[in-house]
Design a protein around this ligand. Structure first.
Ligand code: GAR
Length: 195
């Protein structure tokens, strides 16, 4: 039986679509049961609808504290039998309930611990990499704990920074690596082969 997963999003949802497509094609043994978004009207929700994935928009007005938000988000996952949560461009702090420890993975668009932590997300990461003059960037899939971008690393992929790169070009190249690395990390995790 496919592994029931939830994908948490805040924006574009390319990873959500990638997971749903791979599942549909039988290339990744997951069943994307739920999309949780902390933002209304984002493209990720349209992509979820296109794949017939149930979605939940939670606290877009930020009325809840991080703990209450997390309790509700994970309760929705439990209610749908989800066993693994994938953070894919999800930009709100989570407090991981004890029973979910080790069952939440995140992708970050740099080689952690470089260019990670609060304030480092999306294009801001790539701009910081360019500003620092790095020759290499990449992506990291890691287990989520209660500190931003901190948990054990499952997989990293290195991407060269080319002379003349701008944020857009670097982001595209890193995303191509992400689209390979995230499903591969999920595979390793589900098969108990993660190091
Ligand atoms: C991805 O590049 C991901 O690495 C990044 O947001 C993008 C989401 O893309 N995540 C972070 O920056 C988290 N700190 P998507 O919404 O199109 O899947």
């Amino acid at each position: 039986m496919s592994h029931p997963v939830a994908v948490f999003v805040s924006g574009t949802g390319r990873h959500l679509e990638n997971f749903a497509s791979l599942a549909q094609a039988g290339e990744l043994d997951v069943d994307v049961r739920l999309c949780v978004s902390n933002k209304e009207g984002v493209l990720a929700l349209e992509r979820a609808a296109r794949f017939g994935i149930d979605s939940l928009v939670l606290d877009p007005g930020r009325d809840l504290g991080d703990e209450a938000f997390s309790r509700e988000a994970f309760a929705a996952c439990t209610a749908r039998g989800v066993e693994l949560v994938l953070l894919a461009g999800f930009l709100r702090k989570l407090v991981i309930p004890q029973v979910w420890e080790g069952k939440v993975l995140n992708i970050h668009p740099s080689l952690l611990p470089a260019f990670g932590g609060k304030g480092y997300w999306g294009d801001r990461v790539h701009q910081a990499v360019l500003d620092r003059g790095c020759w290499f960037s990449g992506c990291t899939v890691h287990v989520v704990d209660n500190v931003y971008d901190n948990g054990p690393i499952l997989l990293q992929q290195v991407v060269p920074v080319e002379p003349g790169d701008d944020v857009h070009r670097l982001a595209e190249r890193v995303f191509e690596a992400e689209a390979q690395a995230f499903p591969e990390a999920v595979r390793l995790h589900l098969e108990g082969r993660a190091r």
